[in-house]
Ligand binder design. Structure first.
Ligand SMILES: [Mn+2]
Length: 211
């Protein structure tokens, strides 16, 4: 993607296990995504057990939040010099240290604290709001924050909704239903989303009248 310098000034990469619930044109605009080499959404680290506190806990428990993004959504400015520098960094890396494959590599390459150590163009990432990459982990662990009505892009991390025999779908039925609605008939998604948002709202109200 970084090689497409002549074709695109900015582009947005999405994993194939994501579902757009709302317009995301802002991701290609300067207000949200100007000025940094890479934009991505910080990862909820509650499930992964990654060291450092989860950035979505307020106040963060334990260590300060880990600076680690989920690579399911990336907004980047293609740049051949960056591509070259990334290739060199990859060649010099121990691939076995990247438990989460390209996500770990990208996090290391675009780390805030990499500073002047690496050659090549500026390379630190900047955080986007969670709504652009609402992972199942975030939904499961931070229900007060991760409200369906605010989600722009759902990210079906972990068990995939099309993997019907997977044993770990419990608790994600509402999200999976959205994926299946979109798969069966994309035009049905707005109505299915609205239904899910209203169900969630009703549940919240019945659980204590909270907004
Ligand atoms: Mn994914």
């Amino acid at each position: 993607m970084w090689e497409w310098e002549d074709e695109f000034s900015r582009l947005c990469y999405l994993d194939a296990d994501m579902l757009l619930l709302k317009n995301c044109d802002e991701l290609l605009g300067d207000r949200l995504c100007g000025g940094a080499a890479l934009h991505a959404v910080p990862e909820c680290s509650c499930v992964s057990g990654r060291s450092g506190g989860c950035p979505y806990l307020s106040p963060p428990a334990g260590a300060p939040p880990a600076h680690y993004f989920n690579a399911g959504l990336l907004v980047l400015s293609p740049c051949r010099a960056t591509a070259e520098a990334m290739r060199a960094a990859l060649a010099a890396s121990d691939l076995a240290s990247f438990a989460f494959a390209e996500q770990d590599f990208l996090n290391r390459y675009f780390a805030h604290d990499r500073g002047a150590a690496g050659a090549g163009p500026p390379c630190s990432w900047r955080a986007l709001p969670w709504c652009f990459n609402a992972t199942k982990g975030l939904y499961a662990r931070h229900r007060g924050l991760c409200r369906l009505g605010e989600v722009r892009i759902l990210h079906f991390t972990m068990a995939k909704p099309w993997d019907l025999r997977h044993p770990c779908h419990a608790g994600f039925e509402r999200l999976n239903a959205l994926w299946h609605a979109a798969f069966a008939d994309p035009a049905s998604l707005p109505r299915a989303t609205l239904r899910a948002v209203l169900q969630e709202k009703r549940e919240r109200e019945s659980q204590g009248g909270g907004v």
